[in-house]
Ligand binder design. Structure first.
Ligand SMILES: Cc1cc2nc3c(=O)[nH]c(=O)nc-3n(C[C@H](O)[C@H](O)[C@H](O)COP(=O)(O)OP(=O)(O)OC[C@H]3O[C@@H](n4cnc5c(N)ncnc54)[C@H](O)[C@@H]3O)c2cc1C
Length: 492
């Protein structure tokens, strides 16, 4: 009965949705096209949607959400689909509302230094457009040439330069959102002193569970006068980790400190040829920016900290071209890992910066025990690890071991006082790991907040919060609970 009524409601939705989408596009019956919206960058999770709406403006998004609300149809917002935690995977029997075609940069105000953009604009496109005004948008995920601002807001995305400048939440002043009841609201404002509850902050990082972003007001920064970038080689990951702590302990906050181990360096070199040393155990990319005088002083201090920790070689970027090449190598790291193995799991966890060296050692031990290789490339300054667990997907046993190892790594992060995610989000992948970090009281508060926005649970259900919260929930890839398998409980 319940299933029949759901399909009747979906038929009604399909009948009416076309009339709501003018300039946008509706994909209804094309199985291949629908299937291409079935997953994000984490392709282990997949669910073909019933309908995809590629919206052209905020009113289309609002109207489609309102129809979902009226008919009780679950939906998910989607940007560029580069997410790495299954966040944009459609709910079963649900609708994808893509904002990827909403690409207008509405305005950049050089006086107030605010950019107003539609959610489908690529992160990097904002800085490119603002460059002639001497401005840029600071958060820089490695996927920045493709990922959308809407997706960045939903994930509270980070990047190499978030060490000094902060994450997306520090650079978004306000968002217009289509709430799950089909109303458009602006959360936040251009002033830093908005009265009332801070709903902007509640929405940022909510991974599409509180509604769909239709417009964003971004804080823009002036380009720094000077930038200096170096690559420092070390004989061990431990000494590179010690150098990270030494730099911060010296009171320096570089624009970025990134670390790569030997395997990651090998992959990046094969892919990009950034000129990294192939005979080193680990390398740090450290960048300092600011006024010329400040940069020169900081640069010398960074070099001293590296030297004190046993750095074997320092290469400084001689010009902008070399700096770009150094960053291109680092930012290509995830894709480059494909040169090391036919498949890999990108893990995302956070550890206290001072524990970097010991955690990397423990990860190496866990990898040896599992008989797998792990490449490490990560935002060392933030303690935000990205172990890449390499495996052969043709071997069921190896695939299972890789998933187990990825979960053990994230549990290790929590065990030593870190977090299950730094920037890739909880999504579908880590919903079952939330209980490792939060107790029932915490999860209840989050659930109540979510319900305040979305009483019917139609906006990206099944993501972030474990659902159903039953004793059979286990960390790692979603596995149906025995009660679901027996038909006594349903996932919603
Ligand atoms: C090679 C590579 C490198 C990466 N590097 C980084 C990195 O350095 N830092 C980092 O933080 N991430 C990184 N990521 C992850 C990913 O790029 C970010 O999470 C990004 O913000 C996702 O944006 P998207 O537009 O692709 O979103 P999608 O993948 O489409 O969606 C991600 C989530 O956002 C929601 N969403 C999307 N659009 C909207 C909207 N308009 N309104 C409401 N919710 C929405 C979706 O429902 C989903 O939950 C990387 C990914 C790849 C593939």
């Amino acid at each position: 009965m319940a299933i029949a009524s759901q399909s009747v409601r979906m038929e009604e939705f399909k009948r009416r949705v076309g009339g709501l989408v003018g300039a946008g596009e509706c994909i209804l019956g094309d199985a291949a096209a629908l299937s291409s919206y079935g997953s994000d960058g984490l392709i282990r999770f997949r669910q073909t949607p019933e309908v995809v709406v590629i919206a052209n403006n905020a009113e289309e998004v609002r109207a489609v959400v309102a129809l979902c609300s009226e008919l009780g149809i679950p939906f998910v917002g989607r940007g560029s689909g580069t997410g790495l935690s299954g966040g944009a995977v459609p709910p079963a029997g649900g609708v994808v509302i893509a904002t990827s075609a909403m690409k207008e940069i509405v305005e950049i105000d050089p006086v107030d230094r605010i950019a107003v953009v539609e959610p489908g604009v690529a992160n990097l496109a904002v800085s490119e457009r603002a460059a002639p005004l001497g401005l840029y948008y600071a958060p820089d995920p490695s996927s920045q040439s493709v990922c959308s601002i809407g997706g960045n807001v939903a994930e509270n995305s980070g990047g190499a330069h978030c060490l000094k400048y902060g994450f997306t939440t520090n650079h978004v002043l306000a968002m217009e959102v289509a709430l799950p009841d089909g109303t458009l609201e602006v959360l936040g404002g251009e002033s830093p002193f908005e009265p009332g509850l801070d709903l902007r902050s509640a929405f940022l990082g909510s991974e599409g569970t509180l509604g769909i972003v239709t417009k964003v007001w971004l804080r823009m920064l002036s380009r720094p006068e000077a930038v200096r970038t170096l690559v420092a080689d070390f004989e061990s990951v431990e000494s590179a980790g010690a150098a990270v702590s030494a730099i911060i302990a010296a009171g320096i906050v570089p624009a970025a400190i990134e670390m790569m181990d030997a395997l990651a360096i090998e992959a990046c070199e094969k892919a990009v040829g950034a000129g990294y040393s192939l005979d080193t155990a680990a390398a740090l990319i450290v960048e300092v920016d600011g006024s010329q005088e400040e940069v020169d002083a900081l640069y010398e201090e960074v070099k001293s900290s590296c030297a004190l920790c046993g750095c074997t070689k320092i290469r400084e970027a001689a010009d902008q071209a070399e700096r770009s090449r150094i960053w291109l190598g680092r930012k290509a790291a995830f894709a480059a890992a494909g040169r090391l193995a036919p498949a890999y799991i990108v893990q995302d966890g956070v550890v206290p910066r001072t524990a970097l060296a010991s955690v990397l050692g423990r990860i190496a031990e866990l990898a040896t025990e599992a008989g797998l290789r792990v490449a490490n490339v990560f935002h060392a300054g933030d303690g935000n690890l990205h172990p890449l667990v390499l495996y052969n997907p043709d071997s069921a046993e190896e695939s299972e071991s890789a998933e187990k190892l990825a979960t053990e790594i994230v549990e290790l992060c929590v065990e030593i006082g870190g977090s299950i995610t730094g920037e890739h989000g909880v999504g579908l992948e880590k919903a079952c790991s939330m209980a490792a970090m939060f107790d029932d009281g915490d999860l209840d508060v989050m659930q109540r907040l979510r319900t305040a926005f979305d009483g019917d649970g139609i906006s990206n259900p099944g993501k972030v919060l474990p659902s159903p919260r039953l004793c059979g929930d286990v960390p790692g890839r979603y596995r149906a609970h025995p009660l679901e398998l027996s038909g006594k409980a349903v996932r919603f």
